[in-house]
Ligand binder design. Sequence first.
Ligand code: 5GP
Ligand code: ZN
Length: 119
Amino acid sequence: MSTDPDCLFCKIVAGDIPADIVHSDDRTIAFRDINPQAPVHVLVVPRAHVVDAGTVVPGDAEDLAAMVMAAKTVADAEGIGGEDRGYRLAFNVGPDSGNSVAHLHLHLLGGRSFVWPPG
Ligand code: 5GP
Ligand code: ZN
């Protein structure tokens, strides 16, 4: 499994930087965003270092599937599952999106309603 010793989220995966972890499995961890944009704002990341959704390769497919499954598990645990309330999943890719951390992360946002199109 590839890791980057200089990567913030690799350090969180390794336990070297603390985070409020809400889910962990063999491929992913999920933790609360330090600057939440909604009542529920969780980041789901692969344990392996992957830069972003714009650089994924076929070999990342199982991690990507595990991330979506983890997001579903967290959403249900937080009481915002689709049958109850609903939520938004988002990948930011590149400067126009505002992406700031170069380790793949899926934003799980919920607990309020969202507009579409997003800002
Ligand atoms: P991006 O803008 O790259 O899609 O999202 C990165 C997210 O990581 C931001 O929402 C930001 O608040 C969050 N973040 C940045 N540093 C930390 C940190 O040290 N801990 C946690 N829990 N979240 C962080
Ligand atoms: Zn990383």
